[in-house]
Design a protein around this ligand. Structure first.
Ligand code: ATP
Ligand code: MG
Ligand code: MG
Length: 381
């Protein structure tokens, strides 16, 4: 009996546990909160990520460890890796936790990135603004997610407001200034690399955000063979440089035929949730196969899928369940503003059928604005 330990007990751990059940796997989730939603399906070890006694017990009880939460302290990951195999490795985790380190790596690998500068003082911000220009975005280097810890500057006159909002964090989590990319499309590539170095990518996914939070994903993005091979080559370079094992995602901006890298997620990713029903093998199952050294499954898409995120509270399930290709995922979390509480995936054999199903669901749930971008894309927009 193999037990997979997961650091973090959110919806990613929950879906990982659900996808690992057919493989006969056991799980143990480490999380500091008693109501972690993965604990509804897997035993919970309640402890802080920095608690050595908790980590020691975790290491004793699992055969291999991986992550649901990308901001597990890198020292904790390293401590654990001395006692039990940890995938992805702690160095890969540490690089992906820091926007400056990941962008520097991308640049070293010849991967296009937005202009960026590390910021550690108000004078540094002014100097970087003079070089990069506006519009641009000031971001915390670490711990940001769902667009939190970011300030957009439209003109140099916004520097005071940006510094007032984030300046205090320059000496703690650090800051980075990025040029704003006027991209045509926002895409992501989800990839998996096995212990033997085999790498596979799922088809490119197109993503739309609302207030900095992922709102909808369409896959395959049907971006063309040229961009698919660019994405595969980019994912391979990053994975090999980090000796990465498991699933990761690269968030990409498409600008004038070029894919620029925004950030990397060292884990299964929200833009890959469609793979549960829309691909031969889901990102969750392939992540488990990778960390266990099992053969990877095919990443081929089955038809066309759109994933809709439910933020704050779950809508009514019936309109999605009434669709032939409708799939419902309720994470069992209590409602809270801005919180990801579930998602739905609609799958169909053709873009036209998928657009029609999406439009019906959008109308029934009063979410016309959420479904409009993928509907327009599916209709050839
Ligand atoms: P996530 O929840 O994906 O981890 P995050 O908080 O790490 O989000 P980013 O991915 O950096 O934040 O930014 C959120 C969104 O803001 C991006 O998906 C993109 O739409 C927009 N964005 C971020 N950086 C830039 C940029 N340099 N140029 C243009 N748009 C950007
Ligand atoms: Mg992020
Ligand atoms: Mg992001």
């Amino acid at each position: 009996m193999t037990t997979v330990g997961i650091l973090g007990g959110g919806q990613l751990a929950r879906m990982m546990a659900l996808s690992g059940a057919p493989l006969g796997l056991r799980f143990l989730v480490l999380d500091s909160t008693a109501d972690a939603c993965a604990a509804q399906f897997a035993p919970l070890l309640q402890a802080d990520y920095r608690d050595e006694a908790g980590l020691a017990e975790f290491a004793r009880r699992v055969d291999v460890a991986t992550f649901d939460f990308e901001n597990v302290p890198a020292e904790s990951a390293r401590w654990l890796a001395e006692r039990v195999p940890v995938f992805p490795n702690p160095r890969a985790l540490a690089v992906a936790q820091d926007r400056l380190a990941e962008k520097t790596l991308f640049q070293e690998l010849g991967i296009p990135v937005p202009e960026f500068a590390a910021i550690d003082s108000r004078e540094g911000l002014d100097a970087a603004l003079a070089r990069i220009g506006t519009p641009c975005i000031l971001k915390t280097r670490r711990l940001g997610y769902d667009g939190k810890g970011q300030f957009r500057l439209r003109s140099p006159a916004d520097a005071d407001a940006a510094w007032a909002a984030l300046g205090a964090q320059a000496g703690t989590v650090g800051l980075i200034l990025e040029g704003f990319v006027a991209f045509q499309r926002e895409l992501s590539v989800v990839a998996v690399r096995g212990r033997d170095g085999e790498l596979r990518t799922w088809p490119l996914t197109e993503n739309w955000h609302e207030d900095g939070i992922l709102s909808a994903s369409l896959a395959p993005a049907s971006a063309g063979a040229e961009l698919e091979s660019q994405a595969l080559a980019t994912a391979r370079r990053v994975a090999e440089a980090l000796d990465y094992v498991g699933v990761f995602a690269l968030e990409l901006f498409l600008k004038d035929g070029v894919l620029m890298a925004n950030e990397m997620a060292p884990r299964v990713h929200n833009s890959g949730h469609w793979t549960i029903e829309g691909a031969e093998t889901s990102q969750f199952q392939n992540h488990l196969r990778a960390v266990l050294g099992l053969p990877l499954g095919s990443t081929r898409a089955i038809g066309h899928s759109v994933m809709l995120n439910w933020i704050g509270a779950m809508p009514e399930a019936a309109p999605v369940l009434a669709e032939a290709g409708g799939h419902w995922h309720d994470y069992g979390k209590s409602p809270r503003e801005g919180r990801k509480v579930g998602h739905a995936t609609l799958r169909a054999d053709s873009p036209a059928e998928l657009a029609a199903a999406l439009a019906r669901v959008g109308k029934a749930l009063g979410r016309g604005a959420q479904v409009a971008p993928p509907v327009a894309r599916l209709q050839g927009g």
